[in-house]
Design a protein around this ligand. Structure first.
Ligand code: PLZ
Length: 446
């Protein structure tokens, strides 16, 4: 295990000094309700004042175990020292120029680094943006420009963002889409591979998806297939082995750009720098964000030079894209993943979580499926003796965890998946303590 590498020197402990939310947190939530649009919900009504290692501390002095990393963002830990140092130095030099007006080195250095670390050793180019959704939008723009085709294929349970195009690409209606349409045209959804529920091999599942594509869209109209190598918000669904390679092979044979959305899976999270590496697939384009910059907003599209270069100068950009501050953070962050060997740490975390729930599953058949890789693990809960999703149990577990100062995220189309995305800077002890509270929650809801 590595030492705690993130954050101000906070005691690495779970500590409850008030009930959660405490009075100061409640005060903030009251102000939030009066000032912030109701559509901006919160999962856990606390007022965070500091975070690092494996904990977040709230305004009432409670110390919460962080099993979420702000949705897979602070892989290197919150306020990781190298990130703080790089950001501080950059802020003192300059904060903004707009790269497309007057460029600077940090942006180019991030592009060079991404071209080096993303899957495949072909010639690549990168373009930087602010959010995951923006990266996905731009990957689609580029694929359409390159192929001179329009259609985009996405999958059941997919999540790609909240902008108009990416909302339409996202599968789940509530909360992401309901009442927010109409959505962009030429987005087609096909079946994914969900081994726990479809019982198909990767090759069989791909045959189903490809038939849908050929019959309902047609390769001649299709610009891109985009898929998350492990579906995130949709339930940490790991496709059966062979599914992604079969899709890629079909895409390549049909002049369709194969895009992997590694916004959630990228940067050491799954125990490899990118999840694609574990499947032996090399995407034409890959979208990244989240874990890229230690918490600063940055995203990217990286891919084959001939595809990336097909868009005309001025066709890609944005005022803040590739902010010098975010770029400084990204360089320090990627360096930290490499120097601290955090892919290895992610695998250790995955092994601890897998072992813990495999043991628990022996005596509790509401644990339907344990899946994921590295520090991107999930447990799918079902009604005892069935595969019926147990959404109420899942919410009860998350609520129990919150009351016990553990930040635990849920996900899944059926709302019955608990996901584990701890910062890679968490200690084994804190991680185990957090898992034990999930076990206690299960017992309390027997
Ligand atoms: N692609 C695979 O996981 C973001 C969404 C949180 P942005 N997932 C977290 C929420 O409720 O809004 C995500 C993702 C994948 C794209 C995105 C979008 O990334 O940075 O949130 O735009």
């Amino acid at each position: 295990m590595v030492d705690v590498i993130g954050g101000p020197s906070l005691p690495q402990e779970r500590k409850l000094v008030t009930s959660i939310p405490g009075p100061k947190s409640q005060e903030l939530i009251a102000r939030k309700n009066a000032a912030v649009a109701a559509g901006v919900g919160v999962a856990l009504p606390v007022s965070i004042v500091a975070a690092g290692g494996g904990v977040m501390v709230d305004a009432d002095g409670n110390s919460l175990i962080d099993l979420g990393s702000g949705i897979a963002v602070t892989g290197v830990g919150n306020s990781a020292p190298a990130v703080v140092e790089a950001v501080t130095a950059q802020v003192q030099q300059f904060t903004h120029t707009c790269f497309t007006v007057t460029p600077y080195e940090g942006y180019v250095a991030v592009a060079e680094k991404l071209n080096e670390v993303t899957p495949g050793d072909h010639e690549k180019r990168s373009a930087l943006f602010n959010s995951g959704a923006e990266a996905v939008e731009n990957a689609i723009k580029i694929a359409r420009h390159f192929t001179k085709k329009n259609a985009v294929v996405v999958f059941d349970h997919a999540y790609h963002g909240r902008t108009n195009l990416t909302m339409g690409m996202t599968a789940k209606n509530i909360p992401y889409k309901d009442g927010f349409g109409p959505f962009a045209p030429e987005v087609y959804r096909v079946a994914t591979s969900y081994p726990y529920r479809d019982g198909l091999s990767g090759v069989e599942a791909a045959a189903v998806s490809i038939t849908q594509i050929e019959k309902q869209v047609g390769a001649g109209n299709l610009a891109a297939i985009i898929i998350e190598p492990i579906q995130g918000e949709g339930g940490f669904i790991e496709p059966a082995a062979g599914f992604l390679p079969a899709l890629q092979e079909w895409a390549t044979a049909n002049n369709v750009v194969f895009i992997l959305d590694e916004v959630q899976t990228g940067f050491a999270r799954t125990g490899d720098m990118f999840a694609a590496n574990q499947e032996g697939v090399v995407p034409d384009l890959v979208t990244t964000a989240k874990g890229i910059a230690g918490g600063l907003p940055l995203s990217a599209v990286t891919g084959r030079a001939e595809i990336m270069d097909s868009a005309h100068a001025g066709g890609l950009g944005g005022t803040y894209t590739g902010s010098p501050i975010a770029c400084a953070a990204a360089l320090a962050t990627i360096d930290t993943y490499e120097k601290e060997n955090l892919t290895e740490r992610a695998r250790e975390i995955g092994a601890i979580i897998t072992e813990f729930f495999t043991e628990l599953q022996k005596t509790d058949d509401r644990i339907g499926d344990i899946r994921g890789r590295g520090a991107m693990m999930a447990v799918e809960f079902v009604e005892s003796g069935t595969t019926t999703p147990a959404a109420a149990l899942t919410s009860a577990i998350a609520k129990h965890a919150a009351n016990e100062a553990v930040i635990l995220l849920t996900c899944g189309t059926y709302g019955n998946v608990v996901r584990f995305l701890p910062p890679l800077s968490i200690s084994d002890e804190l991680l185990r303590e957090g898992l034990q509270i999930v076990a206690d929650a299960l017992k309390a809801n027997a």
